[in-house]
Design a protein around this ligand. Structure first.
Ligand SMILES: [Zn+2]
Length: 397
């Protein structure tokens, strides 16, 4: 197994600079990988009736004072001075998107017809972590997270938790993780809200997990001061556990920010907020994914799926025909027709972890075919051009 930073280097995905610790410089192929994951998640969220939003990266100090972040987490936030310090207080770069989504909820008077309202954002978050704790993608100062908030009634909690668990299962399986464990973190000693409220919130979480037949661990005292939460840890191929997904029931922000909707009787009713993330930090997710697959990513998410390599100059034209055909089919493909030897090309492309290599020589040009090799699997297969699309469909390209 290689470290994700090493893999990122040989695959030309991204790098770090000493002058910007904890922040990533994405290269074209790396950004493609990030976008593929975003697009996949965007579709999953859409399918489950979440609406995507985008909010500012910097929010005014007054908002963070109201949310309590200024008092509790100021040390971990990047503070940005306003250009007119006498007129206006400072800003902080958001460590999470909750207050911004609350602002979107509050921008209208809400009716029961809009509830549950599910908002999600690929939110750019900044956290001023101590430099000694930074560790490649696994702990960063700037990252994007799939940050979602559900504004619902207390009676909706169970259903929403069930949806969340179904989404988690679907997403984790798509990336090759079929095992995950569930922890339910319960009320801590220091807490807000009444015991009845905690009883209801905790049993809603436990009921929803049980209803889907999952086993779980209870973690008494480990909930946040305003709510219980579910933490999902997935297991990678190396047996390591990674806590990525989370959903948290929150009665506190709705009270602080006075969030309500007009119910069926025409009365104002307070909402509950569920904070959820499935991947958490996308950068960390990518770090885990790279290490888990040792860089050879599942084809559907590989930023370069296939490279076409010519054996000699005589087969360059045919290699280009194959390349164009693959592009037309929609494959993410590169063409390599330089005069380097085919052995060298294959070595370089394999080192870059490109999962498929189409080798094209004079024989293939004559047969109107290509020779397909899959990284990590011995042997190769000659495929007539006419059958290429069917062959790739089998591979989910
Ligand atoms: Zn939140």
């Amino acid at each position: 197994m290689s470290d994700h930073r090493e893999l990122a280097k040989v695959m030309d995905l991204f790098h770090f600079e000493e002058h910007s610790p904890g922040m990533i410089f994405w290269h074209p192929i790396g950004l493609k990988l990030l976008r593929l994951i975003e697009d996949f998640m965007r579709q999953i969220y859409q399918d489950h009736d979440f609406a995507e939003v985008r909010s500012p990266v910097a929010l005014n100090r007054s908002l963070w004072e109201l949310s309590g972040h200024w008092q509790k987490f100021r040390k971990n936030m990047f503070i940005v001075g306003s250009s007119d310090a006498e007129e206006e207080p400072d800003y902080a770069l958001k460590p999470m998107s909750c207050p911004a989504h609350i602002a979107i909820y509050k921008s209208h008077k809400r009716s029961y017809r809009e509830i549950p309202m599910r908002l999600m954002e690929f939110g750019m978050a900044h956290r001023n972590e101590p430099s000694g704790t930074l560790s490649g993608c696994m702990r960063l100062r700037q990252f994007v997270q799939d940050d979602a908030h559900i504004f619902c009634r207390e009676a909706d909690i169970r259903n929403e938790i069930g949806n969340f668990l179904r989404m988690v299962k679907q997403v984790y399986a798509a990336f090759g993780y079929n095992n995950f464990s569930i922890r339910i973190a319960l009320r801590p000693e220091q807490r807000l809200g009444s015991d009845e409220q905690w009883d209801r919130a905790e049993s809603a979480l436990i009921d929803a997990v049980q209803a889907l037949g999952y086993t779980y661990q209870l973690a008494p005292g480990e909930g946040s001061f305003y709510s219980p939460k579910i933490e999902i840890s997935m297991q990678d191929h190396l047996g390591r556990l990674w806590q990525c997904g989370t959903i948290q029931v929150d009665f506190n922000f709705p009270q602080l920010f006075d969030l309500s909707f007009v119910n069926q009787k025409g009365d104002l009713e307070q909402v509950v907020i569920l904070h959820q993330a499935i991947l958490g930090s996308l950068e960390r997710w990518i770090g885990i994914l790279l290490e888990n697959h040792n860089g050879v990513l599942p084809l559907w998410v590989a930023p370069v799926q296939i490279a076409v390599a010519s054996v000699s100059e005589k087969s360059a034209d045919w290699a280009e025909v194959i390349f164009r055909r693959l592009k037309q089919i929609g494959a993410r493909v590169e063409l390599h027709v330089s005069d380097r030897t085919i052995a060298k090309k294959i070595r370089e492309l394999s080192a870059r972890k490109i999962p498929l290599i189409a080798v094209v020589g004079e024989k293939e040009a004559m047969n109107q075919s290509l020779n397909l090799r899959r990284l990590g699997i011995a042997g190769q297969k000659e495929i007539p051009l006419a059958e290429l699309e069917v062959e790739l469909a089998h591979l989910h390209i």
